[in-house]
Design a protein around this ligand. Structure first.
Ligand code: DX5
Length: 212
């Protein structure tokens, strides 16, 4: 089943709660908050105060420093970048010990094999389909191969872990993403924009997933 996960990075920051509410009213079960530190990525965004019950994508160096803070702030899932963890398994175990879900994400340059030994600790694998740091970027089509590769690795191990993508998700890219084997679609600018309401935009994305 395809899940749309709105990224509030593209929402109206003056109406964050309301914009998150519009997505919830549209039937989504998760909303992603992109935490950036200006070091791992060239942007600075939200802190624990904005979290509440959301998915937290940590684009920060040494994420271990803030796992408990974001868990206590109400995060349901903490998603860490493979590139920022000296001991990925240790970091993921720390997340699980906090009683929240753990996810791993990998930048476009990072090979699929880099996260293979984390499969038993995560319930989401997120492939960055843009270089992290900003919304509204072009989708990186070369990452479709990585999605297929991860899907195959999971099948070889008899595992059914949802694969997600983050970046450049819209009604044009969704059919190819779903056909490649990813079903958790993080979407920012295609959900929060002036073209349509949040509910209309989410419905359009879901409809485009049926095309695959
Ligand atoms: C970028 C973030 C994404 C971003 C997606 O680093 O991780 O979640 O908000 O925005 P779009 O969907 O506009 O590419």
């Amino acid at each position: 089943m395809v899940r749309i996960v709105p990224s509030i990075l593209s929402a109206d920051f003056a109406r964050l709660g309301e914009q998150a509410g519009e997505a919830e009213a549209a039937g989504v079960g998760e909303i992603q908050i992109d935490v950036m530190d200006g070091q791992f990525v060239p942007n600075i965004t939200f802190g624990p105060g904005v979290v509440g019950a959301l998915e937290v994508h940590l684009m920060i160096v040494e994420p271990e420093r803030f796992l408990a803070t974001f868990a206590e702030a109400g995060a349901d899932r903490l998603i860490v970048h493979q590139e920022t963890c000296d001991d990925l398994r240790g970091t993921l175990k720390s997340i699980l010990e906090l009683g929240v879900h753990a996810g791993v994400t990998l930048n476009p340059e990072t090979p699929a094999a880099a996260i293979r030994d984390a499969f038993d600790l995560v319930d989401l694998i997120q492939v960055m389909t843009v270089h992290p740091g900003f919304g509204g970027q072009e989708f990186l089509y070369d990452q479709l191969d990585k999605i297929r590769e991860i899907r195959q690795m999971l099948e070889e191990e008899g595992l059914e872990i949802p694969i997600g993508v983050d970046g450049g998700v819209d009604t044009t890219t969704v059919p190819q993403i779903v056909a490649a084997g990813a079903h958790v679609l993080v979407a920012g600018s295609s959900v929060y924009n002036d073209h349509g309401s949040v509910a209309e935009n989410i419905a359009e994305l879901l409809a485009s997933a049926q095309i695959s």
